[in-house]
Design a protein around this ligand. Structure first.
Ligand code: FAD
Ligand code: NAI
Length: 475
């Protein structure tokens, strides 16, 4: 029998894992959470929070904010009659601010573990086998016993074959969040979420940014009207040089920069850059987990196979977050973590995967929930659409930020909302109303009958719902 025994052992302390651990402990289960990464902690101590807090959501949003302020000060003030000359950015200070936010939040999780009596076990977790009805997990050579195991080992950046990432010249998300200066010429491979968000950061700070994307369509997962508007703004107004449908060839990286050969249409081209971000998606982390020791099922794409309640093929072994199929989003992992903890405690845990919001934190922001117009067409669903530009919204005008629109799609027969798509200022916040509405099966008429404060950007959501019925009041 192992010295350490728990009701629940969670492997991985990212958003999926740490939330699952806290919820399990709140429900009275003795809980431990294993984490191996120190994420360049100055003292070399293990840090909680996973990719999201250390090298993902939080640091990227901190840098986005700094770069937006710089952009405002250099290009946005004039229209207000404000002149600010000699505005400069100290990238070192900006990165330090980001690091401080990360430290504050990751230590905050340690505090939450203490408060909720979650035992933190630093080290790598690995399945050893089963003893009776208990699982044995190795942590740094010591066996820990658990009735339930929740695997929340997350994901890591996918790299290109034969192109080592040094996170100085050739970077994945880790290096791209810690440049010591804005490169003069920045290359980005992959026009996905990271490419657009971090490409925007360094573009605002003065880099000439060239993005190379293999797919012929831009933002293929978004509603086409949104993708079209985003393309116009990013390429024409903001000057991001995005090349679609390219085939990457030989890449040569040296101490001073990177040379990328690629094919675009019938042309062979070469891009020379000082730094390169490789953002071509992420792969689930199952290396060294000991899945083979216990027969944990992993699918052909490397994800742990789970059912709708995140149960794996093994009794009392669960998996949540980026390591299971579905969108790789922190809030999706957290919801799954809560659901699993509640199922273990005998409650009815539940995640509605159809109402998970997607947000891209560019400027303008892009956010959506539910189906796109092209999905509804492909599925042969009859729908009505209402679309309202922010140019018709008083608050947006006052803020001097009128790019974009809100688009609502509702079932032609029942009026139930099927999808909402926003591109514009604060889209990340506005989408919450649509998520609530869809979670409660609301109709566009329901939104139309709700009083929205004036003047707010949320009135565009209200007007879009009226536009579904072809009766907007202010457009
Ligand atoms: P992770 O956060 O990856 O955590 C897993 C943890 O498990 C890691 O700390 C790892 O060290 C640990 N681990 C792995 N194997 C073991 C083992 N055997 N033993 C012990 N520990 C182990 N999502 C959003 O929703 N919004 C955003 O704005 C957003 N921005 C992002 C920006 C960037 C640059 C990146 C890279 C990602 C972003 N994401 C965002 C995605 C988000 O970070 C992930 O979806 C989320 O972190 C996944 O949570 P997780 O708990 O499944 O895994
Ligand atoms: P992504 O999946 O968003 O985009 C990757 C892009 O790279 C795709 O457009 C793909 O077609 C392209 N690509 C793939 N292989 C290529 C190749 N060989 N050459 C050129 N292009 C290629 O992945 P990304 O940006 O790396 O982000 C990873 C994940 O992290 C996202 O899927 C998302 O789940 C999460 N994330 C979420 C954020 C948010 O919610 N705001 C922000 C950043 C990341």
């Amino acid at each position: 029998m192992a010295n350490k025994q728990f009701d629940v052992v969670v492997i991985g302390a990212g958003p999926g894992g740490y939330v699952a651990a806290i919820r399990a402990a709140q429900l009275g289960l003795s809980t431990a959470c294993i984490e191996s990464e120190s994420y360049a902690d100055p003292k070399g101590e293990v840090r909680l929070g996973g990719t999201c807090l250390n090298v993902g959501c939080i640091p990227s949003k901190a840098l986005l904010r700094s770069s937006e302020l710089f952009e405002e000060a250099t290009h946005g003030f004039q229209m207000h009659g404000i002149s600010a000359e000699g505005v400069k950015i100290d990238v070192g200070t900006m990165v330090k601010r980001k690091d401080n936010i990360v430290t504050q939040l990751t230590s905050g999780i340690k505090g939450l573990f203490k408060k909720n009596k979650v035992t933190m076990l630093p080290g790598r977790g690995k399945f050893l086998g089963r003893e009776g009805d208990r699982w044995l997990v190795d942590v740094n050579g010591e066996a820990v016993e658990a009735t339930h195991v929740i695997v929340a080992t997350g994901s890591k950046a996918r790299h290109l074959p034969d192109l080592p990432v040094d996170n100085k010249i050739v970077c994945d998300n880790v290096g791209a969040l810690s440049f010591d200066n804005a490169p003069k010429r920045l290359g980005v491979i992959g026009a996905g979420v990271i490419g657009l968000e971090l490409g925007s950061v360094w573009k605002r700070l003065g880099a000439e940014v060239t993005v190379l994307e293999v797919l012929p369509d831009f933002l293929a997962a978004a509603d086409q009207a949104v993708a079209k508007e985003a393309w116009k703004v990013f390429t024409q107004k903001q000057g991001l040089n995005i090349n679609l449908g390219v085939k990457i060839g030989k890449i040569t990286a040296g101490k001073k920069g990177v040379s990328i050969e690629y094919e675009s249409g019938d042309d062979s081209k070469t891009l020379e850059v000082d730094r390169l971000i490789v953002s071509i998606g992420r792969i689930p982390n199952t290396d060294g987990l000991g899945a083979e020791n216990v027969g944990l099922a992993i699918n052909e794409r490397g994800y742990i196979t789970v059912d709708g309640n995140c149960r794996t093929n093994l009794p009392n072994v669960w998996a949540v977050g980026d390591v299971v199929p579905g969108p790789m989003l922190a809030h999706k992992g957290m919801e799954e973590g809560v659901m699993v903890a509640e199922c273990i405690a005998g409650q009815k845990g539940h995640v509605n995967h159809d109402t998970i919001p997607y947000v891209i934190y560019t400027h303008p922001e892009i956010a959506w929930v539910g189906k796109t117009e092209q999905q509804l067409k492909n599925e042969g669903v009859e729908y009505r659409a209402g679309q309202i530009p922010f140019a018709a919204n008083g608050r947006a005008l006052g803020q001097g930020d009128t790019t974009g629109f809100v688009k609502m799609l509702a079932c032609a027969k029942t009026d139930r909302i099927l999808g909402v798509h926003v591109i514009g200022a604060s889209a990340s916040e506005l989408i919450a109303e649509a998520v609530v509405a869809m979670e409660f099966n609301a109709s566009s008429e329901d939104i139309a009958r709700i009083c929205h404060a004036h003047p707010t950007l949320s009135e565009a959501m209200h007007e879009a719902s009226l536009a579904v019925d072809k009766r907007p009041l202010h457009f």
